[in-house]
Write a protein that binds this ligand. Structure first.
Ligand code: NAP
Length: 294
């Protein structure tokens, strides 16, 4: 059984990006720049943004964070976005979600210049994804595609079952896996909370991608022998036996499922680091776009 090492593959990608950035600096060009908008003081959002900044800096990408209190008006936030859209020194930016309840998330995302939308959530970029055109692919599914490819997992002609149909993970994942190219070409089934006889479907999977947000939901009797499992879920489970009081687990019951797999991603150390690597790849893409405009 192969444990798909997202941490190592992400480190490889970061090395490649660091070399590219160093080359740009050697040629006298400025470093790529990522910005993040952070509204409020949600602990998880603070951690994610800090991690994104740290990872940017580790490869030579510069960053800035625009912080606002929870009560910032929607109009004021739209003005910040307009400012970042026009700032030539900002190659790409993200609006860290979730936003406070008084904001219309779709309106905020739609205000981002699609050429700077490194999260790939803008309707224009989502539309391009559907059409199979060049676009910013949302970081988690982009990272998973890289993970499968770089781990030598065959996808062509395989039955791929995606659990979960969110706009940021499951739906783009299903589109990418069904694309007509050598890294995809899978036959895809997209499952959700209204799917009937779920286990009958998951047992058909050669590749199972679990993104439903329920701790250890996928059990051993839901998969067939030899399956490749990608576990997107990430959950903190209280655990007094641990020094920090919790342990992490995914949407898959790793201990039960792993012995049946030909390959599986661990949690942590699987999809999580690849999501970060994909955001860096998207930032580089935005940089190249920005520089060719000048
Ligand atoms: P989400 O928006 O909550 O979507 C969950 C999806 O799962 C929905 O489509 C839902 O169906 C489906 N679902 C829920 N219960 C189900 C059931 N019993 N059977 C079948 N389908 C069911 O979640 P998300 O944002 O896609 O995230 C999924 C998980 O991935 C979460 O644990 C999240 O923390 C994790 N995540 C990890 C990373 C990373 O970098 N590692 C990145 C993003 C997300 P309906 O549409 O019918 O409601």
């Amino acid at each position: 059984m192969q444990i798909i090492d997202g941490k190592a593959i992400s480190a490889d990608i970061k090395k490649e990006i660091a070399a590219e950035v160093a080359g740009l600096i050697d040629k006298g060009q400025r470093a790529p720049h990522m910005a993040a908008i952070l509204v409020g003081h949600d602990g998880a959002s603070e951690t994610y943004v800090a991690s994104k900044e740290k990872n940017c800096h580790s490869v030579g990408i510069t960053s800035s964070v625009y912080r606002y209190e929870e009560n910032i008006s929607e109009q004021a936030l739209l003005e910040v976005i307009s400012f970042l859209n026009q700032d030539e020194e900002v190659d790409g930016f993200i609006v860290q979600l979730p936003l406070p309840k008084h904001m219309e998330v779709d309106k905020i995302i739609a205000a981002i210049n699609p050429d700077k939308d490194i999260d790939g959530f803008h309707p224009m970029n989502m539309g391009r994804l559907v059409l199979g055109e060049d676009t910013f692919i949302p970081a988690t599914p982009y990272g998973i595609m890289e993970l499968l490819q770089r781990s030598g997992i065959e996808t062509a002609g395989k039955n791929c079952v995606v659990l979960g149909r969110s706009n940021i993970v499951g739906t783009p994942m299903s589109l990418l896996m069904s694309r007509n190219n050598s890294h995809a070409n899978a036959t895809v089934t997209l499952c959700h909370s209204k799917t009937r006889n779920l286990a009958d479907i998951t047992r058909q999977a050669d590749i199972l991608i679990a993104a439903i947000g329920k701790p250890e939901f996928v059990k051993a009797d839901m998969v067939k022998d030899g399956v490749v499992v990608v576990d997107v879920g990430i959950h903190r489970i209280e655990d007094p036996s641990k020094k920090n009081g919790f342990h992490l687990c995914g949407d898959v019951d790793y201990a039960g499922v792993a012995p049946k797999c030909s390959a599986i991603t661990p949690v942590p150390g699987g999809v999580g680091p690849m999501t970060i690597a994909a955001l860096l790849m998207n930032t580089m893409k935005a940089y190249r776009k920005n520089m060719t405009k000048k």
